[in-house]
Design a protein around this ligand. Structure first.
Ligand SMILES: NC(=O)c1ccc[n+]([C@@H]2O[C@H](COP(=O)([O-])OP(=O)(O)OC[C@H]3O[C@@H](n4cnc5c(N)ncnc54)[C@H](O)[C@@H]3O)[C@@H](O)[C@H]2O)c1
Ligand SMILES: O=C(O)C[C@H](O)C(=O)O
Length: 327
């Protein structure tokens, strides 16, 4: 059976704890693929990551072929086929946006370099740590030998949240909702779009038939859900974020179902007027380990303004990290 090297950064954190057991039990790559885990942490958290590794051992997962814990990015990414970049510098009191971007530059620049130096030729990178889209751009810009398209950021949690909200509104099961799209940044400016969404062969937008609900309830609920979870739990989403990371890589590697698509933040090829190179969320289909941006969707005025606003924020973030010399 094939064994795949999966590197997880921030392994001792709360998403890490929810993520690793599901990777080891086969939810990431399916029941026919063994996984060799590499856990990267900062020196002061290595001991905690080793504790998690002990628990992974104690689970005797049939698909887990090995675990290595390290604080050395070069070792962690050497031969990596899949990299989940979860560890990031959270915003703390008094921290300005520029400080946050700079602190994360100190993480994602060396990790991009280590991926460039040693990752396997089929490396697939998912950035979860916030600000995810721009952190992915920083890592990508320091890995010039890796195809740029292999660097992606996570908007699958937003996608899943939007499906759940829409299913509740329409009184249908989440499985009946297809072709929902998150556009833009994983931030409060993101745009969850139901204008091409299909519910049992009918248009979701027509079934909702209430633009005010979309504008004033649905979009803000989805876009501010991360903050609502922090408010309720006293900590940011962890199990749902881990679940979304599993979904993102699972679908990238194993494909999206026929008649559906998903949302991934990927380097723009200029589709839908999104400036080339910006790591922005799009509707994508996947097959044979590759993703493709869904083409030819008609974008109405309501959607256009919202996509443009979120993309403008991404351009600002790119310009800010450029000004800081991080890319
Ligand atoms: N994209 C999304 O949808 C989404 C959703 C939820 C959370 N997040 C983000 O995911 C990140 C992780 O969340 P969490 O709740 O697990 O945080 P956490 O603070 O519990 O854990 C983060 C871990 O990362 C480690 N870390 C820091 N710098 C590192 C480095 N250079 N190398 C390796 N590890 C490093 C820390 O030691 C810590 O153990 C945060 O940035 C959070 O905002 C993103
Ligand atoms: O950590 C956050 O700011 C929120 C997180 O990105 C989320 O969407 O739950």
């Amino acid at each position: 059976m094939a064994s795949v090297n999966v590197t997880v950064t921030g392994a001792a954190g709360q998403i890490g704890y929810a993520l690793l057991f599901r990777i080891a039990s086969g939810h990431l790559l399916g029941p026919d693929t063994k996984v060799n885990l590499r856990l990267l942490e900062i020196p002061q958290a290595v001991k905690a990551a080793e504790g998690t590794a002990m628990e992974l051992d104690d689970s005797a997962f049939p698909l887990l072929s090995g675990i290595e814990v390290t604080d050395d990015a070069k070792k962690a990414f050497d031969g990596a086929n899949v990299a989940l970049l979860v560890g990031a510098r959270p915003r703390t009191k008094g921290m300005e946006r520029g400080d946050l971007l700079e602190a994360n530059g100190g993480i994602f620049k060396p990790q991009g370099e280590a991926i460039n130096a040693g990752a396997a030729s089929d490396i697939k990178v998912l950035v979860v740590g916030n600000p995810a889209n721009t952190n992915a751009l920083i890592a990508q810009q320091h890995a010039p030998d890796v195809p740029a398209a292999r660097f992606t950021a996570m908007t699958r949690l937003d996608h899943n949240r939007a499906i759940s909200q829409l299913a509740t509104k329409l009184g249908v099961s989440v499985t009946e909702i297809k072709k929902l799209t998150i556009w833009g940044n994983h931030s409060a400016t993101q745009y969850p779009d139901v204008f091409h969404t299909d519910v049992n062969g009918k248009s979701a937008a027509e079934l909702v038939n209430d633009e005010a609900w979309l504008a004033d309830t649905f979009i803000p609920t989805v876009a501010k859900r991360g903050a609502a979870i922090i408010e309720a739990r006293g900590a940011s989403s962890a199990a749902s974020a881990a679940n979304a990371a599993i979904d993102h890589i699972h679908d990238w590697v194993l494909g999206t179902p026929a008649g559906d698509w998903t949302s991934m933040a990927v380097p723009s090829d200029g589709s839908y007027g999104v400036p080339e190179g910006i790591i922005s969320s799009f509707p994508v289909t996947t097959a044979n380990g590759e993703y493709q941006i869904v083409q030819g969707l008609e974008i109405n005025e309501f959607s256009r303004a919202r996509i443009d606003a979120s993309v403008a924020e991404l351009v600002e973030e790119r310009d800010a990290v450029r000004a800081l010399g991080l890319i």
